[in-house]
Design a protein around this ligand. Structure first.
Ligand code: PRP
Ligand code: URA
Length: 216
């Protein structure tokens, strides 16, 4: 992960430098990559990011017997919630469930208004108070930051104790907005790109993450 010492809230910004992430992300960006391979790459990169993002989760002791002896091992102490932001976050959630089969999944439905670029909420079935201690927000793209800040705002009102954001590609504008509004939420990213274009797309980016996954 790259050290962004000069950036505000830099200790909360983790951008992967792993060769496997960089290689997979390059194939993901390629405009000739078909939806099936695109979905596989989203899941594979999500797995690699999750490995980093969960490295500090607390554990309890768990005792088991091997065929030879008793062994004091570990189990996750906290309940984990996966928060995929629809639609594009769907591609990351199966990968997360492979690693944490007991995690709860709470979908949040948002889409960006194409004109204002503001997020419009259309799905939220969260119960009235938090049922997990750790929330992992899953959304491949952090562009203006509108969708991510809206999601974190919902989770804060839910009184979630710890929130982390996992994304594949971010624009500096989105990172800056998250840093300003939610400096306590760490960002785990596969890449931090150059800028947003005039219609709010990340450049160089990969285009529309939802459309490319679902062939729309
Ligand atoms: C994409 C992406 C994020 C959002 C990022 O979703 O998955 O949720 O845009 O942009 P922002 O940082 O400017 O809010 P989109 O609105 O295209 O919806 P979709 O996943 O349903 O296609
Ligand atoms: N949403 C996407 O899917 N791609 C972008 O570049 C920006 C927002």
């Amino acid at each position: 992960m790259t050290d962004f010492g000069a950036v505000a809230g830099a200790d909360q910004l983790h951008v992967s430098t792993h060769p496997l992430v960089r290689e997979k992300l390059t194939r993901l960006r390629d405009e000739t990559t078909p939806p099936k391979i695109f979905r596989e790459l989203v899941a594979e990169i999500a797995t690699l990011l999750l490995y980093e993002a969960t490295a500090d989760l607390p554990t309890d002791e768990r005792e088991v017997r091997t065929p030879l002896a008793a062994y004091k091992g570990a189990r996750l102490k906290d309940k984990v919630g996966l928060i995929p932001v629809l639609r594009a976050g769907i591609g990351m959630v199966e990968a997360a469930l492979e690693l944490m089969p007991e995690a709860q999944v709470w979908h949040i439905g948002l889409f960006r208004d194409e004109r204002t670029l503001r997020p419009i909420s259309y799905y939220n079935k969260l119960p009235s108070s938090a049922t997990v201690q750790v929330c992992l927000v899953l959304d491949p793209m952090l562009a203006t930051g509108g969708s991510a800040t809206e999601t974190v705002d919902i989770l804060k009102k839910w009184v979630a104790e710890r929130i982390k954001f996992l994304g594949l590609i971010a624009a500096p504008e989105g990172v800056e907005r998250m840093r300003k509004e939610f400096a306590d939420v760490p960002l785990y990213l596969a890449a931090l790109d150059s800028h947003l274009n005039e219609i709010g797309y990340i450049v160089p980016g990969l285009g529309d993450a939802g459309d490319r996954q679902f062939a729309t």
